[in-house]
Design a protein around this ligand. Structure first.
Ligand SMILES: C[S@@+](CC[C@H](N)C(=O)[O-])C[C@H]1O[C@@H](n2cnc3c(N)ncnc32)[C@H](O)[C@@H]1O
Length: 261
């Protein structure tokens, strides 16, 4: 329990925020606290959301994580990123090292970062010599990312909603070497997004997904993808690789290569 849990009885914050093991912006908790003055959106309490009726309506096998996605929106993230003292947290050196070894060294240079937030991960990828475009549906995040990283290499940021918007003109078929998706996939309409990513990637391109594994969260929070969903990602790709980003396997990374079998 955090003090915030006490302020919103019946609603576990874990359901609303990303896991702490992923890089949260500095002062993220203060921003969340501000955000949670009133409940984010009037609606059923978390126990109600977990009920079988709600699970059925949530679809995707009654996945509670999917159900909770309904409580996020671009506006939610805009508010989060509007906190005056919000700054990106640094990316652990080991994480970017693993990405470099397993993906950057062997894929081409054209990268898109899906749900880039404040753009820190996109910036680190660009420092590896990659040409990165970071997309996010929060205009506030994109504005901040542009301001924070304007001097850093071949790096651009664009507003785009991967669930709702038409595909951007410059995302052509087989135009991208790496699609990076860090702590975002569980927010997206997965079938549409994966189909899009497969189309955008070159024949040897890589979809790189970093996600929390819901069952492995040692504090019991249901965030990220379930283990079965992580395994399911392998379907239809020529190569599947996986490695854990932290020693406990709470955060895992999946490397999907070769969209055409
Ligand atoms: C947990 S943050 C991760 C930010 C960043 N990738 C990182 O690793 O620090 C999730 C991000 O996904 C973005 N997002 C969620 N759904 C999205 C969508 N449909 N289209 C674009 N961005 C989305 C949110 O605005 C937010 O910035």
């Amino acid at each position: 329990m955090t003090p915030l849990d006490k302020r919103v009885p019946g609603r576990t914050l874990a359901a609303i925020i990303p896991p702490p093991a992923q890089p949260l912006p500095v002062n993220f908790w203060r921003a969340v606290r501000r955000q949670l003055g009133p409940p984010i959106r009037p609606g059923p309490s978390l126990p109600a959301l977990a009920s079988p009726g709600w699970r059925r309506r949530a679809g995707a096998g009654g996945n509670l994580v999917n159900t909770l996605r309904q409580h996020r929106s671009a506006t939610f993230w805009d508010d989060m990123y509007s906190a005056p003292d919000i700054r990106p947290a640094p990316i652990p050196r080991a994480e970017i090292g693993q990405f470099q070894d397993r993906v950057a060294a062997s894929a081409g240079p054209a990268v898109i970062d899906v749900g880039t937030g404040l753009g820190e991960w996109a910036c680190r990828m660009s420092k590896l010599g990659l040409t990165v475009t970071g997309y996010d549906y929060s205009p506030v995040a994109i504005e901040s990312a542009r301001r924070l990283h304007h001097n850093h290499g071949p790096l651009t940021f664009e507003v785009h909603d991967f669930d709702a918007d038409a595909i951007p003109r410059h995302l052509q078929r087989e135009s991208v070497d790496v699609v990076s998706c860090r702590h975002v996939l569980h927010f997206l309409e997965r079938p549409r997004f994966i189909a899009d990513a497969r189309r955008w990637l070159h024949k040897n391109g890589v979809l790189h997904i970093t996600t929390a594994v819901a069952e492995k969260m040692r504090d019991g929070r249901h965030v990220g993808l379930r283990e079965a969903e992580v395994r399911e990602l392998a379907r239809g790709w020529r190569e599947y690789d996986r490695y854990d980003v932290d020693p406990h396997g709470e955060i895992t990374a999946v490397v999907l290569r070769g969209p055409y079998t």
